[in-house]
Design a binder for this molecule. Structure first.
Ligand SMILES: Nc1ncnc2c1ncn2[C@@H]1O[C@H](COP(=O)(O)OP(=O)(O)OP(=O)(O)O)[C@@H](O)[C@H]1O
Ligand SMILES: [Mg+2]
Length: 368
């Protein structure tokens, strides 16, 4: 199975630079998700890999072969687009076969592949229908099928699920993941949806403004975000980030949040670089790690007593937004089966465990 390499990729449209010296290696059989906000360059990168857009500088290598100047059809990959781009006048079978028109195959082989893909995607009973007679999810499967029949080693997906409703998205997510496990092919999957990235990827490359901010496993990205951008981009509700000042006392490191006067005990934090007394730090606190009321677990690293601005209920999940006294709200998530839900104006005591802080340098915005 081939791996994919991007070497020093630069992409300019006229005078606008969209990607600047990007380097990335996708391993054999990996499910790599390119995740980032709208306009960060995900589609551009995927299109260059597919050969649909030219590279301004740099090179692309697939399985050890430089493909930078090769035609799309000679690169040994298949792409599924966001708009399914099915032929409305062709049947499902016709659409699937069309994916093979560039390859010179005999009829029985074409039919064998169509049947195989249709069965795998559970659209074998729909082969004689036209796209207009299919649901959104079924059309999406045909679009995936058209890539599958090509029998290549690298599959590219550009936001294939964004046109589907929430339930179908969840189903298709599982299905694509299952396909990856069954076929063991290399997949590069573009999305701006962090849930898709977290649930499907073997590794995620988080992009912002044409630059890869971090590339790591979903767990690593969630547990140890490399900078504030990644920290705030992954997680729902987003990670709380409080501006603080480092304090060193008797060899122990802490941080003080001036608006509330709260001291955070950072003695359990595995610093990459030790801050000096007085350094500005941003402390990250994930909403789900707080405990509320007298329920504190483990070693408490910070205690706040703050008024609730409003609460949001989602099934058994409740998020309380408390006022951090500097104009920002702190999101605190808990399960309402175990707590009574505070009302606006109630002052709640919340605790944050000592071993759950994330610490960033306020100037470089990097994890320290
Ligand atoms: N043909 C073009 N000419 C000029 N600028 C372009 C062109 N295509 C894309 N861009 C710009 O390049 C940047 C990256 O676009 P791209 O489509 O790769 O973003 P994306 O990450 O896929 O976003 P989305 O999530 O919205 O699909 C954007 O700022 C876009 O405006
Ligand atoms: Mg895009």
């Amino acid at each position: 199975m081939p791996h994919v390499e991007f070497h020093n990729i630069v992409k300019r449209f006229g005078r606008v630079t969209v990607l600047e010296d990007l380097n990335l290696r996708v391993e054999d059989g990996e499910f790599l998700v390119l995740l980032g906000p709208s306009g960060c360059g995900k589609t551009t990168l995927l299109n260059m890999l597919a050969g649909l857009q030219e590279v301004t500088e740099g090179s692309i290598v697939i399985g050890g072969r430089d493909v930078t100047d090769l035609d799309p059809k000679d690169r040994g990959l298949a792409m599924v687009f966001q708009s399914y781009a099915l032929y409305p006048t062709k049947t499902v079978r016709g659409n699937l076969k069309f994916g093979l028109s560039a390859q010179k195959l005999d009829r029985s082989e074409i039919e064998r592949r169509v049947q195989w893909a249709a069965k795998l995607l559970q659209i074998d009973r729909l082969l004689d229908r036209k796209p207009a007679q299919l649901s959104g999810g079924q059309r999406q499967r045909v679009a995936i099928g058209r890539a599958l029949v090509k029998n290549v080693d690298v599959f590219l997906f550009d936001e294939p699920l964004s046109n589907l409703d929430a339930k179908l998205r969840t189903e298709m997510r599982l299905e694509i993941k299952r396909l990856h496990q069954e076929l063991a092919k290399t997949i590069v999957f573009v999305t701006h949806d962090q849930v898709e990235a977290m649930t499907m990827a073997t590794r995620i490359a988080v992009m912002d403004a044409g630059v890869i901010q971090q590339i790591a496993t979903p767990d690593e990205i969630y547990e140890r975000p490399a900078n504030l951008f990644v920290a705030r981009f992954i997680g729902s509700p987003a990670m709380n980030t409080l501006k603080t000042t480092a304090v060193r006392k008797n060899g122990c490191i802490g941080a003080v949040h001036a608006p509330t006067g709260v001291h955070m005990d950072l003695s359990a934090y595995p610093f990459l670089a030790q801050p000096r007394d007085g350094d500005p730090l941003v402390i990250g606190l994930r909403p789900e790690h707080f405990t509320i009321g007298c329920d504190a677990r483990g070693d408490v690293g910070a205690r706040f007593s703050l008024p609730v601005r409003y609460t949001e209920k989602n099934g058994s999940d409740v998020t309380a937004f408390v006022d951090s006294a500097d104009g920002e709200l702190i999101a605190v998530r808990f399960d309402h089966k175990h707590h009574h839900v505070p009302k606006t104006g109630d002052v709640v005591e919340i605790h944050f465990p000592k071993d759950r802080f994330d610490v960033f340098d306020a100037v470089s915005e990097k994890r320290i």
